[in-house]
Write a protein that binds this ligand. Structure first.
Ligand SMILES: Cc1ncc(COP(=O)(O)O)c(C=O)c1O
Length: 436
């Protein structure tokens, strides 16, 4: 049946106007406000007051791990984790190119070398086979991102790491509360790192936290940016750095810890809302010709769900360009957009031979700077070109709106030939908005 597409003057498929469905995030209740107020009244504005340790204990308990260390952002958590597992000049760390740069660039801060691996086209997470191919005698660690909440293939990755004596750092910044084969993400590798930035499922405003069962890793991670907490370990080598350390300060703001402490209490319930909405969208979209939502393995329970990505196959949709398809969706009222993450291996810092770098780790003689160019990660580049970002529905159950979304996408896909009429027009469509 032909329905007139909105882009050609037909009626919009999405008629529900519900600003509340899309945001804003985070949800702040009186509980956060009361706790922050109480902390201020107590003068807990710096150092490590009890709220910081209470938050760490709650986070460790939620994950059923021994240790948690709160820091000032997720980037710092990755940096401290790399330091703890011993990444230094010349060491290689394998990581996907399709992730947020702050999960990768701390490798540079440690004077290490990021080595990019391909992603699995289905899950969009690091491809274990390519991780294995990229291992050299200099490889020290692997960082995997559980991108948009979907866990990387951790069993295989841990097996590979064990075989080669490598440390595994999980970047779970998108995936608070995601479960892989019965285990929460962040607890499977050697260290799990989480951003607590304002848009994350557990939001502190700005903040980060790492978790581990390894006491040595905890102590060295603490040594990098939390020198004031080293007095606890007089018998350990880190004690020597309690008065003068490595020039970085990663302490979390106590008020941020207070906000995150309350947010954590709501994580499971808010993850349930995300799942109910996004699984409905997923089920609706996955049967539409030419579209494939990010694959969620059957042994995964989604948490965090930091983004919703769909791959677009123009070869199955009469060759209509992705931009035109998105423009048609937007005309129907679907807030679809282009991917906002760049591919890291093509960013100047990893691809431009002539960068002027006046100072910093990239000038370290022992740190090898590996340069990349288009074509170096053909699978990742192909998948990336197909990605469409859909909005997140994380505040409340909104199935009526989601059902209209599915119908709108179906309408455009089923009437794709109509778009041929406007094939010569250039459409500018927005990149997904978002604070990181
Ligand atoms: C995958 C990933 N890793 C690391 C980070 C860095 O976290 P932060 O912004 O808290 O430093 C982010 C932030 O968006 C992220 O999405």
């Amino acid at each position: 049946m032909t329905e007139k597409l909105a882009i050609l003057g037909g009626p919009k498929a999405v008629t529900i106007e519900d600003k509340d469905a899309y945001g804003p995030w985070p949800i702040i209740t009186d509980e956060e406000i009361d706790l922050v107020t109480e902390c201020m009244r107590r003068g807990w504005l710096s150092g490590t007051p009890p709220i910081v340790e209470e938050f760490e204990e709650a986070f460790a308990k939620y994950h059923n791990v021994k240790y948690a260390l709160a820091v000032n952002n997720g980037t710092a958590a990755i940096n401290a984790a790399l330091f703890a597992v011993g990444v230094g000049p010349g060491d290689e760390v394998i990581t996907p190119s399709y992730t947020w740069h702050c999960g990768v660039t701390p490798i540079l801060a440690c004077h290490g070398t990021p080595v990019f691996c391909e992603i699995d086209p289905k899950t969009l997470c690091a491809d274990p086979d390519d991780i294995e191919r990229k291992i050299t005698p200099r490889t020290k660690a692997i960082i995997v991102t559980h991108i948009w909440g979907v866990p990387a293939e951790m069993d295989r990755i841990m097996e590979i790491a064990e075989d080669h004596g490598l440390a595994v750092i999980e970047d779970a910044s998108h995936a608070h509360g995601s479960v892989y084969k019965g285990r929460k993400v962040g607890t499977i590798g050697d260290i799990g790192c989480f951003s607590l930035q304002a848009s994350k499922a557990v939001a502190a405003g700005e903040g980060g936290i790492l978790i581990t069962n390894n006491e040595e890793y905890l102590k060295w991670a603490t040594a990098l940016g939390n020198f004031e907490r080293l007095w606890r370990w007089p018998d350990h080598p880190v004690y020597k750095f309690r008065n003068a350390h490595f020039g970085l300060k990663f302490r979390i703001h106590p008020l941020a810890a207070a906000i995150a402490y309350v947010q954590l209490k709501h994580l499971d319930e808010r993850n349930r809302i995300r799942r109910e909405n996004h699984m409905r969208l997923h089920r609706g979209l996955r049967n539409i010709e030419g579209l494939e939502p990010q694959y969620i393995p059957p042994y995964v329970q989604m948490g965090g769900w930091y983004g919703f990505r769909v791959k677009y196959y123009p070869e199955r949709l009469s060759g209509i360009s992705k931009k035109l398809f998105i423009a048609a969706l937007r005309a129907e009222g679907v807030k679809a957009s282009l991917e906002r993450y760049p591919l890291l291996h093509l960013e100047p810092i990893f691809s431009d031979r002539n960068l002027k770098i006046p100072a910093g780790p990239l000038r370290c003689k022992n740190a090898s700077r590996r340069l990349y160019k288009k074509g170096d990660l053909p699978v990742t580049e192909d998948v990336y070109a197909r990605l469409i970002a859909f909005p997140k529905f994380e505040r409340k159950i909104c199935w009526d709106l989601i059902d209209q979304y599915v119908e709108a996408v179906r309408k455009v896909a089923e009437n794709i030939m109509e778009l041929k009429k406007i094939k010569n027009k250039e459409f500018e469509v927005p990149v997904e908005a978002g604070t990181r």
